[in-house]
Design a protein around this ligand. Structure first.
Ligand SMILES: [Zn+2]
Length: 322
């Protein structure tokens, strides 16, 4: 089957063996798969050679393993679905306690040794699948994965009534998080470096500023950092008021130097926000609460995908397989 796999640390278009339906899995015939190019380029050098890349998917279920309850099988078979990108192994204490999003041996699709979404037919845990409501376009449904990553950042603490909330970043995660938070708190502003991101924020009625224009006035109650770099963390600590909250919604690269002295001095609370289930955010997409217009910057055929995925400046890329 057509697939985008990691080879010699880079995404390449190749012929891969079609996935087989293992225990706990379902097969999905992919219609549209996608990912953030910068994330794919980050993941490719450390991915297993030959690993299917890509994190997000919308497709039709063609098979469900026998271990799924009959009701689940009936509901899923031939249905249009999206898939939560965090794959749990199902055997550890966290999985047994019902918090499989914190599986001790889990990982994200298309990273490390966990097969991704950029292939004609993929095998995924049937527990991760959610039915796409009728009337929701494939290209909108595809963004349930990234939105599932952004919404937990908005829900980690109570946003209502907080004076001065800043979302830091101009990547897809920041653009989705700021929209989700704007529903709860009108004071939220987007702080970034890229003028295009400001144009989008303006369309949504969200305040925006260039990161270099703001003072480190220590007056923000909440900062949501969607970048996780040395510069963004430094800026976040400079903006947070004493006893403010930093929500870290992006994984800093290993070895990122971080000066934690402001956390102690200002008694800053730090909260990590990770992947949530796609089922939680599909209603927001179905009801049009989140504007996804223009967020998929390029939609392409599989054979063209490696070239497009090599452009880290693109917000998001969707790849057609059907
Ligand atoms: Zn587990």
């Amino acid at each position: 089957m057509d697939a985008i796999i990691a080879r010699d640390g880079k995404p390449v278009f190749d012929n891969a063996n079609p996935a087989e339906c293992g225990e706990g899995e379902a097969l999905v015939r992919v219609r549209l798969a996608g990912d953030v190019p910068a994330s794919v380029l980050d993941a490719s050098p450390t991915a297993e050679d030959g690993l299917l890349l890509g994190r997000d998917v919308v497709g039709l279920v063609s098979e469900v393993a026998d271990d799924a309850p009959q009701g689940v099988r009936d509901r899923l078979l031939k249905s249009r679905v999206v898939c939560s990108p965090y794959v749990a192994r199902g055997t550890c204490d966290m999985c047994r306690a019902g918090v499989s999003q914190h599986c001790r041996h889990g990982g994200v699709m298309g990273r490390g040794d966990i097969p991704g979404s950029l292939g004609e037919t993929i095998a995924v845990p049937w527990r991760n699948l959610a039915l796409v409501p009728e009337g929701v376009d494939d290209a909108v449904a595809l963004l349930a994965g990234p939105l599932g990553r952004a919404v937990p950042a908005a829900r980690m603490i109570r946003m209502e009534g907080k004076v001065y909330v800043t979302v830091l970043g101009d990547n897809l995660a920041a653009l989705l998080a700021v929209q989700a938070i704007a529903k709860l708190n009108a004071t939220v502003r987007l702080l970034g470096w890229n003028a295009e991101a400001f144009g989008r924020a303006e369309r949504w009625g969200v305040q925006h500023r260039h990161a270099t224009e703001v003072g480190r006035r220590r007056d923000q109650t909440v900062v949501v950092d969607c970048v996780g770099s040395e510069a963004s963390l430094d800026l976040a600590f400079g903006m947070l008021r004493p006893r403010g909250t930093l929500i870290l919604a992006a994984e800093p690269d290993p070895g990122t130097p971080v000066d934690l002295a402001p956390v102690v001095r200002g008694e800053i609370e730090m909260v990590g926000a990770s992947f949530g289930p796609v089922a939680d955010v599909l209603p927001m997409l179905a009801e049009g609460e989140i504007d996804t217009t223009g967020l998929i910057e390029v939609r392409t055929r599989a054979s063209e995908a490696p070239r497009v995925l090599s452009r880290p400046e693109l917000l998001y890329v969707a790849v057609e397989f059907a």
